[in-house]
Unconditional design. Structure first.
Length: 338
């Protein structure tokens, strides 16, 4: 019996020494120490052993059990450590791998808007912003565009309801400012506007930039000087402007303003259709009726106003052929401005 126990113990210790995984060790534990394991079975055979030999044999069995148990435990700890480091090695992420960082950049419309604000701030203008859902009162009526006025047809308006529209022009803010502030006023208003219009040069949503100056003795000469400075700074120092008579309900007289083409510098090219000039904005002397409606004394004060599309300035400045490119968020296009 003692010999049998020795053999089993030695076999168990040998297989523990040979085991190379924790799973194998678990199987060895079951085989020798489990309920029906070989060492446990010897305990059961104890009944066949003479009574006086039982305590000594029992002690030997327990010692053998303890020896195998200790061997299993230390081997288990060693294998577990090995398996863990093998797993860490396999799952390791090489954080030293060089990557090309993808830096963000500003959208061309943001670049142009910021540059515009800088230019006009340099001429003493402050910046105002207003609501994109605007009342009929500010968007139309106070700008001399009463209900049924034919020029409402010029602006294909998105109506929210009978009294509110998605603002068709940042000029709506002119009325808001003039009804709340007395001159001198010098303000520019950048912002989104909406028209139901959709083709290569029109988008249903676009960015306008509005300017308003109201003070004593403001004339068309002030408007011309202000816009000349703006054109030279946003395009190039050799840029010239010209004014052509036009019509807007809220200015009188009204003008369309052209600049010399920044692509050909006035010589004539495809962009300016050979004329050397590109139309960029509408402007004029604030209609005295508008001043009066907004509570400003039109005998004492006069003013000029202008408005243009930031999109249009960006298109001319960067030679962008289609306004849609500014709104599609195509990274191949946008990355060129970083
Ligand atoms: Zn040209």
């Amino acid at each position: 019996m003692t010999e049998k126990l020795d053999n089993i113990k030695n076999a168990a210790l040998a297989s523990v020494a040979e085991a190379s995984t924790t799973a194998q060790l678990a199987a060895i534990r079951v085989k020798y120490l489990g309920k029906s394991g070989e060492i446990s079975l010897i305990m059961r055979d104890m009944a066949n052993v003479p009574k006086e030999e039982r305590p000594a044999l029992g002690k030997l069995v327990n010692e053998a059990k303890g020896e195998v148990e200790t061997a299993l435990e230390s081997k288990f700890a060693a294998l577990e450590e090995e398996e863990k480091s093998a797993r860490l090695k396999a799952e390791a992420i090489d954080i030293t791998l060089p990557v090309t960082p993808a830096n963000g950049g500003l959208h061309p419309l943001t670049l142009v808007r910021r540059q515009l604000i800088d230019i006009f701030a340099g001429m003493g203008f402050s910046v105002a912003e207003g609501p994109e859902i605007e009342s009929d009162l500010y968007n139309f009526q106070l700008l001399n565009i009463p209900k049924d006025h034919p020029s409402r047809d010029m602006q294909d308006t998105f109506y929210v309801n009978d009294n509110f529209v998605l603002r068709t022009q940042t000029s709506a803010m002119q009325a808001r400012i003039m009804t709340k502030t007395q001159p001198p006023i010098r303000v520019v208003i950048p912002g989104k506007v909406y028209r139901s219009d959709d083709d290569a040069s029109h988008s249903p949503i676009f960015n306008q930039f509005e300017g308003l100056a109201v003070d004593e003795h403001i004339t068309m000469g002030d408007l011309q000087g202000c816009l000349t400075t703006f054109a030279k700074k946003i395009f190039s120092e050799d840029t010239k402007i010209r004014l052509r008579p036009s019509y807007f309900p809220f200015t009188e007289p009204s003008v369309e303003v052209d600049v010399t083409c920044s692509m050909c510098h006035g010589k004539g090219c495809r962009v300016c259709k050979g004329t050397g000039w590109v139309e960029i904005l509408g402007a004029g002397i604030v209609n005295p009726a508008v001043l009066e409606m907004c509570g400003i004394d039109s005998k004492k004060y006069s003013g000029f106003a202008f408005g243009f599309g930031i999109d249009r300035i960006a298109m001319i400045k960067y030679g962008i052929p289609n306004i849609k490119l500014l709104y599609e968020n195509d990274m191949r296009f946008l990355a060129q401005f970083n």
